[in-house]
Design a protein around this ligand. Structure first.
Ligand code: ADP
Ligand code: MG
Length: 617
């Protein structure tokens, strides 16, 4: 057989390598900004157009490159940062693979201008798809400007795979935040489509955090400091009461490099244990300094994961340091009660005694009494306890109960039931249903053949989900006008998301007066949304969008309906009066899909008389 193995030409090899290095415009931003930092820049400008698809430019005032270096820098494995394998274990630079520029030049139109302090003239190189188009002498200030245009121009599949400009911009902002947070002594500018998004002056870490995430962040921060032989830790955690539903602000930096570490993240969660609700996430900005010899950055091509020599020790130190800070700054309340597993941590419960869980039964229920009339005739009102402020989410769950004055009541009109999607539906209604609540978690109801145990929270999620979907689809949402416009502060990237999904939000009843850079003014909210929860719900929505990066209309609607349903549903631990229980049961079985929650979890189980009989044998 003839020989068939051939060496790939360089430009093909580069294009393949580019697949690893450059996933999207944000990857280019990261590589170019890191090169600028490695070049010792004190000012770095990032210019982006159309989510980075048409232009990404990074301008620095670093050391620049000589003519030869300028040309060499685009070769694969061309780097000034390491010379031998051992250097890998003493890395003080961001880059070291010598792959980035070669990869980027293989899949875009690149123009570089660069000049060192010693040289009088600068070098201007144009390169497209690995091919040098021109190299000229030019006049330019000391430093380097890298312009990357038309990313993936020669790989249509990759180009088509890119998300909307807004989504790509969000990824770019994430990278920008990471780099800027890790280097507060460098002055950064960020321009998007001609307007300045960020101007971050030289500062300390705290000011940098505040400059990026908004002035209100300052009051949330608790300093963390620890100096040990293994690691030096500095930075900030956010106070437990500011824990958010989105995972947004969680940053670990090791030797000024942003890293992801689920293991160390767990250490932080451990320190916050019992202080924040399970579904909330603590914010943190932690800067770790370790001996470069004790870490291996080489294990991941995009270098956000690193390997530590002694992870366990690091874990323990981190956890106790954060715990110590929480205690020192008096943000831990003394928790001296026994927690009800079903309830979240109520902060201001500390002086109250623990209550035993109990079954809440309808005291008027008489098993020997004939049912009074048909269930369909009733159009019960469903009472849901509404929290008045963010704090009250955690407290007073019990104390408000029974006082209807403090409640807003929301009516759920149960549709007339047609068809038989649910077998027992007719049964339920016909027999004049009796219900009771079990452990503030389940609603139990009888059917002819036995009983049904319904998860109250999931059932309500399903009911709300279908209701919101319907509203969105037929664009019939009812909005409730707020007496005073509500101003809410968000980070710039969060505001960008709200702007992006504004249309969908309007279809469910939100009305925005103004969506600014860091502030959103809400003048109307969906009918069932209490004013005090608007911020929380928007937060949740933002985080759901961030996680899913969904852009097409259908999924946006779906996410929106799911998020609203999740946020507004009754939760485990809430007591429902008998009217509410009945309404929930009726509404659930009027749903198109009464069996599973919007998150694909089973909603109820049926226990037949047979099942019960068997237990008595
Ligand atoms: P790496 O950063 O891994 O060394 P790159 O492909 O990113 O590889 O860059 C190749 C080389 O080009 C770098 O090692 C550096 O010497 C030079 N270089 C790249 N960008 C700059 C810059 N902005 N200023 C000065 N030199 C640069
Ligand atoms: Mg590099």
């Amino acid at each position: 057989m003839a020989d068939i193995i051939k060496l790939l030409p360089d430009h093909v090899a580069n294009q393949i390598a580019a697949g690893e290095v450059v996933q999207r415009p944000a990857s280019v931003v990261k590589e170019l900004m890191e090169n600028a930092i490695d070049a010792g820049a004190s000012t770095i400008k990032l210019v982006v157009k159309d989510g980075g698809k048409t232009l990404i430019q990074v301008i620095d005032d670093g050391v620049g490159m000589s003519v030869t270096d300028a040309r060499l820098s685009f070769e694969r494995h061309a780097t000034s940062k390491i010379q031998k394998a051992e250097d890998l274990f003493q890395l003080n630079t961001k880059g070291f693979r010598g792959e980035a520029l070669a990869s980027i030049a293989a899949i875009a139109h690149v123009e570089m201008q660069t000049r060192t302090a010693e040289d009088e003239v600068a070098t201007h190189i144009k390169i497209e798809g690995s091919k040098i188009i021109s190299q000229e002498v030019t006049v330019a200030p000391k430093g380097t400007s890298m312009m990357v245009k038309n990313l993936f121009f020669n790989i249509p599949a990759r180009r088509n795979f890119l998300k909307s400009n807004n989504v790509e911009l969000r990824h770019i902002m994430d990278e920008f935040h990471r780099v800027a947070l890790a280097h507060s002594s460098i002055n950064f500018h960020f321009y998007n489509n001609g307007s300045e998004l960020f101007n971050l002056p030289t500062s300390n870490n705290r000011q940098r955090i505040v400059n990026i995430f908004g002035a209100k962040t300052n009051e949330k921060l608790v300093p963390v400091n620890e100096d040990t032989q293994v690691v030096q830790i500095s930075g900030y955690i956010s106070k437990p009461e500011y824990a958010k539903k989105s995972r947004g602000e969680q940053f670990f930096f090791v030797n000024n490099r942003f890293i992801k570490s689920p293991y160390l993240h767990h250490a932080i969660l451990g320190a916050f244990d019992g202080l924040i609700k399970k579904e909330n996430h603590p914010g943190y900005f932690l800067y770790l300094t370790v001996d470069p010899g004790s870490i291996d950055i080489n294990i991941h091509p995009t270098k956000t994961e690193i390997k530590f020599d002694d992870e366990h020790t690091l874990y323990a130190i981190l956890r106790s340091t954060v715990k110590h800070s929480l205690g020192q700054f008096n943000v831990i309340p003394s928790l001296d009660f026994e927690q009800d597993q079903n309830l979240e941590t109520p902060y201001s419960y500390k002086d109250k005694s623990a209550e035993l869980p109990r079954i809440n039964v309808d005291s008027s229920f008489n098993p020997f009494k004939e049912s009074s009339g048909s269930g369909t005739a009733q159009r019960p009102t469903f009472h849901k306890q509404h929290t008045k402020s963010w704090d009250s989410l955690y407290v007073g769950m019990e104390s408000n109960l029974g006082k209807n004055s403090g409640f807003s009541s929301v009516s759920f009109e149960s549709d007339t039931i047609t068809g038989s999607i649910f077998e027992n539906k007719k049964e339920l209604i016909d027999t004049g249903t009796t219900t009771f609540q079990l452990r503030r978690k389940y609603v139990v109801t009888t059917i002819k053949s036995g009983m049904v145990v319904i998860d109250q929270s999931r059932a309500h999620q399903r009911v709300l989900y279908e209701k919101f979907l319907k509203n969105i689809t037929i664009k019939e949402a009812v909005s409730q006008q707020l007496l005073f416009p509500l101003s809410l502060t968000f980070s710039k990237s969060d505001c960008a998301i709200i702007e992006e999904i504004q249309d969908s939000l309007t279809t469910v009843g939100f009305v925005f007066d103004n969506i600014g850079e860091e502030e959103v003014t809400v003048t109307g909210v969906p009918l069932s949304v209490p004013e005090s929860e608007v911020g929380i719900i928007l937060d949740q929505l933002i985080s759901d969008y961030q996680q899913d990066f969904v852009v097409d209309g259908f999924s946006q609607t779906d996410i929106l309906a799911k998020t609203l349903a999740k946020s507004l549903s009754v939760k485990t631990g809430e007591i429902l009066d008998s009217d509410s229980q009945l309404a929930l049961v009726n509404d659930l079985f009027a749903c198109k899909e009464s069996g599973v929650s919007p998150f694909n979890k089973p909603i109820y189980v049926t226990i037949t008389e047979d099942d019960i009989d068997k237990k008595f044998i």
